[in-house]
Ligand binder design. Structure first.
Ligand code: CP
Ligand code: NVA
Length: 303
């Protein structure tokens, strides 16, 4: 059974194949308009979503298939039915399940009991669909991945960061994470990233000075300071304030650096309107490419 749980599980060649496929379907959407005929994707979402939910549903519809959206509130899962019973039941009806859950272990448990492919639609630990779309977006804007310098500003312990750690070194993308002093990268994701980075001669580093992070960056990426599963605090807000991506910080970066954000943005916190809505911002291309890369994932798993 092939699942899509982490970018760590796929080689550079496999991920590149998915990105190339996504570029093809973006260009020629009609070429796959019947590819999911008779197929159904269940979306089991225990957290909020706009992009991931809509792009998966639209991907299925545009390829001739169906999608069913389930939440804790509207399914028996929310009344205590076990993960195992939920996924074994869903497996009897649908062809694949995209799940957005809290703990990554919950997703692994789903995958263990599923008899159809499971797609990670975000966990507290990682967000592989997002970062696959992001790599495609960088490739479109910069024409290459190898040698690109990506700097992420914000929390070190973050699901986007962990997927970047899983993927960037595979593609020769140098990754800088810039976070408040005292924060550390996820040890397992870092260990994996460092091992791959040694083979591909890529840099992976954690720094604390935002100017140092952006001064040679091709891509400046940020995310909310508090993820959906976290509780914002006044102290946290103060801690992250120097890491806001604003015009003053962008002025320290190369002129052709692009600004990325997985969205949703807390405007005025991690990024200002002036940056999010600037010429350098490619956030809506990122959002759009979720649709195309997820079509490629679905084609790979159940096409
Ligand atoms: N980036 C992302 O996954 O957005 P949603 O939470 O809206 O799905
Ligand atoms: N880190 C964010 C990403 C949202 C797509 C969160 O988990 O809330």
């Amino acid at each position: 059974m092939v699942h899509f749980l982490s970018l760590r599980d796929f080689s550079a060649k496999e991920l590149e194949g998915l990105i190339r496929r996504a570029m093809e379907v973006k260009r020629y959407p009609q070429s796959v308009q019947d590819a999911m005929r008779g197929k159904t994707l269940a979306l089991l979402f225990l957290k909020h979503s706009t992009r991931t939910r809509v792009s998966f549903e639209v991907a299925m519809y545009q390829m001739g298939g169906n999608a069913i959206y389930l939440t804790a509130d509207t399914s028996q899962f929310g009344r205590g039915e076990t993960i195992a019973d939920t996924i074994r039941t869903l497996s009897r009806y649908v062809d694949a399940v995209a799940a957005r859950v809290f703990e990554h272990e919950q997703l692994e448990e789903l995958a263990r009991h599923a008899t159809v492919p499971v797609i990670n639609a975000l966990t507290n630990f990682n967000h592989p669909c997002q970062v696959l779309g992001d790599l495609m977006t960088i490739l479109e804007h910069k024409g290459r991945l190898d040698g690109i310098r990506l700097s992420f500003l914000g929390p070190a312990d973050n699901n986007i960061v962990n997927s970047l750690l899983h993927a960037c070194p595979k593609f020769g993308v140098h990754l800088t994470v810039c976070s408040p002093p005292g924060q550390r990268l996820n040890p397992t994701a870092l260990e994996y990233a460092r091992a791959v980075a040694r083979e591909t001669d890529t840099e992976v580093r954690l720094v604390h000075d935002p100017i140092e992070a952006v001064k040679n960056a091709d891509v400046i990426y940020t995310d909310v300071w508090f993820s959906m599963h976290e509780t914002p605090s006044e102290e946290g807000l103060r801690l992250y304030r120097p890491y806001q991506v604003n015009e003053a910080l962008m002025a320290q970066a190369p002129k052709d650096a692009v600004f990325m954000h997985c969205m949703p943005i807390k405007r005025g916190q991690e990024a200002t309107d002036a940056v999010a809505d600037s010429e350098q911002s490619i956030i809506f291309d990122q959002a759009e490419n979720r649709l195309h890369t997820q079509k490629a994932i679905l084609l790979h798993l159940i096409g």
